[in-house]
Design a protein around this ligand. Structure first.
Ligand SMILES: Cc1ncc(COP(=O)(O)O)c(C=O)c1O
Length: 496
């Protein structure tokens, strides 16, 4: 059988009725695409035969156009390999057209877009997000992931997919995965649910987005933790909600303070098992107070249970949702910490009467979650690999956490405060007066030390200065060296 050429054909429209001859139409189309940089230097172009077939015309005008483009230096041929866009188009060849494209780019910032598209600041990859390694937050121990097992399941499912796995799925996601998640949540997180309430989403982020669209209107007031998770704030800001920052202390969100500031808030966004970033666990009395408030004011609680699997000194804390007898908690979880973030799989447990609204909003958003990794994850959970991995990681992260705390104490004594080291994959250190966390973090990133500054986690104008230090990705044996690096970085500035 003849090998099917893998070259992509550019979009070229020819009009047989036009006065312009076909070969000229083809020539002009290629020239415009090369000059406009839609085709790259060195990119292969389809053979004259393939293009003629695709355009439904005879090969003669195509050959004429190709000959002209070759003669003018837009194309080059390589013996035995085919025809290519010339790999060395001189700059002046394209400069006038390029300038007009550049000026269009520059102008694009000034062109009108919807007001809601301007509600968020420009996306920027901040220096401390640019690398992986010591202290990077949200980075699990990738090298400890059971890839052999995972790839075996991946291979099993890629071989003979059923037609139903390739077609559109439902907006809630795979029934089998929802069952597996329910079993896990009921057992390990004391969540009350059945699979009809579980929606598979592309990470907690999509869960926050759908929840906000379903529950909140423009200018709806919503409590957020201060300091808190910046991506929750971004979702609420993009939805034009009114953010009401409520301070957290060592018992979690200060509910009484919230009631004082805005009793009629429509929702409270909280991470009661492990507050982000300071790490407090919400006390039992605060949990009951929060549920009372939600019930009496007809408000919603959105529980972000992002990393509660990892708790070191005690058993994992049961979910807030499990204490709720009035169905006012929307529970959100993710596999980003337990497996890996690029999987982009999370879940929402929805009160039964809201499922219909969540489904409608989700369907309009992206129809449903991608199917393939849902099937892989279902087997991974049902065959016991998920539970086994969590158990292993809990021990591993406990060692890494202890190594980090010990090294911090050794290198800094009491100069740095340590907060929230009892759970999760990060802790917080607070800096002495005079140090600016963002400044230090920028400097550290140049040395490939990924310190997340604490101050951007605050909405108000009196942020604490410190760092959120991830310990998931650094082996215990490597921790002293990483902390010495931090010590050297802060030390030469003469501030500690
Ligand atoms: C507070 C909090 N919630 C949720 C997540 C996970 O988000 P996602 O599931 O979108 O990866 C993170 C990740 O760092 C987090 O810090």
């Amino acid at each position: 059988m003849r090998k099917v050429p893998s070259t992509l054909s550019p979009v070229i429209a020819v009009d047989r009725k036009a006065a312009k001859p076909l070969h000229k139409q083809i020539y002009d189309a290629y020239r415009d695409k090369i000059v406009g940089r839609n085709l790259d230097a060195g990119q292969q172009i389809p053979s004259s035969r393939a293009l003629a077939v695709e355009l439904g015309i005879s090969r003669i005008p195509v050959l004429t156009a190709y000959a002209q483009l070759l003669a003018e230096g837009y194309f080059e041929t390589r013996t035995g390999a085919g025809t290519f866009v010339c790999s060395s188009l001189p700059d002046q060849f394209t400069s006038s057209e390029r300038n007009s494209i550049r000026s269009a780019d520059i102008c694009s910032g000034a062109r009108p877009v919807a007001r809601r598209a301007l509600l968020l600041p420009r996306y920027e990859r901040l220096p401390w997000f640019r690398g992986l390694g010591a202290f990077s937050v949200s980075q699990p121990a990738f090298d400890q992931f059971p890839f052999q097992t995972w790839s075996r399941i991946v291979a099993r499912h890629s071989r003979n997919p059923h037609a139903s796995e390739l077609h559109y799925g439902g907006p809630l996601g795979s029934e089998q995965l929802r069952e597996a998640i329910c079993t896990y949540l009921r057992t390990a997180r004391a969540v009350r649910c059945d699979s009809s309430q579980v929606m598979i989403v592309t990470g907690s982020q999509q869960a926050l987005e759908i929840t906000t669209r379903v529950l909140l209107d423009t200018r709806s007031p919503a409590w957020v933790e201060e300091p808190g998770y910046w991506l929750t704030r971004q979702v609420l800001t993009a939805a034009s909600c009114r953010l009401v920052p409520i301070p957290v202390d060592k018992e979690g969100l200060d509910v009484a303070d919230g009631i004082k500031r805005c009793r009629k808030a429509k929702a409270a966004f909280v991470a009661p098992s492990h507050q982000y970033p300071l790490g407090a666990t919400m006390s039992a009395s605060r949990r009951l107070q929060l549920l009372d408030w939600a019930q009496s004011s007809g408000s919603w609680i959105i529980e972000d249970d992002y990393d509660s699997e990892y708790r070191f000194g005690s058993m994992p804390i049961a979910s807030l949702q499990g204490l709720d007898h009035n169905s006012c908690v929307i529970y959100i979880g993710t596999f980003s910490k337990t497996l890996f973030p690029s999987l982009r799989i999370g879940y929402v447990v929805i009160p039964k009467d809201l499922v219909d609204r969540f489904v409608a909003v989700r369907h309009a958003m992206d129809i449903g979650p991608p199917h393939f990794f849902q099937t892989v994850l279902t087997d991974f959970m049902n065959e016991g690999h998920f539970a086994r991995h969590i158990r292993r990681m809990r021990l591993l992260y406990a060692q890494r956490r202890t190594a980090l705390v010990d090294s911090l104490k050794k290198e800094f004594g009491s100069a740095l405060g340590i907060l929230g080291a009892e759970a999760g994959m990060h802790l917080v250190v607070t800096l002495p007066r005079g140090l600016r966390d963002q400044q230090v973090a920028e400097h550290a990133a140049r040395e490939k030390l990924w310190l997340w500054p604490l101050s951007p986690a605050y909405l108000g104008n009196r942020p604490r200065q410190g760092f959120i230090l991830g310990f998931g990705s650094t082996p215990a044996a490597a921790m002293p060296q990483a902390v010495r690096h931090l010590r050297n970085l802060l030390g030469p500035q003469g501030r500690l």
